[in-house]
Write a new protein. Sequence first.
Length: 355
Amino acid sequence: MANLVEVLEPLSEEMFLITGDFPDWPNEKIHTTRLKEDVNKGILPTRILQLVLADLKASIHLVRVSRHIETVIFYIGTDEHLLSTLTSRILRKNTVVCVPGLFSKTARKEYGRLLQFVADIIERVRFFVSDQIAVESPTTARFLGLERYKRKLTANGARYVRTELFRVKKDSLSRGNTVGYVGRLVEGKGLAEFIAAMPEILESRDDVKFLVGGGGPLYEEVVNRIQVRGLQSSVKLSGWIRHEDVPDYLNDLKLFVLASEGEGLPGIVQEAMACGAVVLATPVGGIPDLIRDGETGFILENGSSECIARTVLKALGAPGLPEVAQSARRLVEQEYSYDAMVEKYRQSLDRLPRK
């Protein structure tokens, strides 16, 4: 949320934040109300009850501050807040729903068909009554199946990149042939396939080193997979990385590999591009809006180990690899820097109807 608040700050005369665990903002024009319900703990019925209570309290607070606001933006963590969305419309406020992903797409696997059906109905109602639906990028909208709402769509939902922090510190020649992944070690990121691709890459290029940076629930499994394949001397494992240290790790990489099964517009890809690491990624979510094959990175046709190995070797042998890295950096500066995101939000808010 901090990223969004920073973007909206120069565009607002006054802001009211209705949130969970979010610190007070050091600006007197920004007022924070915290909801105590924790919707992420407990058994499913308890979580649903907490969600309903949070939604009700958010609605009540919207009514209390309604005379001070003209636009309500529903951001991450409010996927199923139907009552407060309806309250915003009843109060005749401009209503913007930010959609980084859809709960209905994952609900069936985790909770069953009934909850998926309910989530889908809630999402459809929220999208119908909203004035604007903010997605992270144009391709994300198609990936999420939101084309039917094209008149409401605006591609300004991405987080901005701190280009002064995430910057190029090492040129391509200073990085060696280091290929890696930095981020949470979780399911769906293609980590097993990436590790399986390493021996094939080393068969063709014995000058390649690998980095797997970050912590998470799959850390022990990643360690085990590396040991089973005898890759200890070729792979550096960093464990958890402080956010302020991430740019240094990204600057050690010549190639960044993300063989995800699904994404929105991943911030780590934008940050890798800003740091001069050439990204190889599967074309899921908003990835195609960032990676233009051979121009700002390389597209993995699929997430298999064979495809990863083949594309890594192709990229390492590409004569114009430094130019690809430079083009990727320019794209981030032009489209996803702080100034660029402020302007995107300014334009989208200007398109809202006057009420």
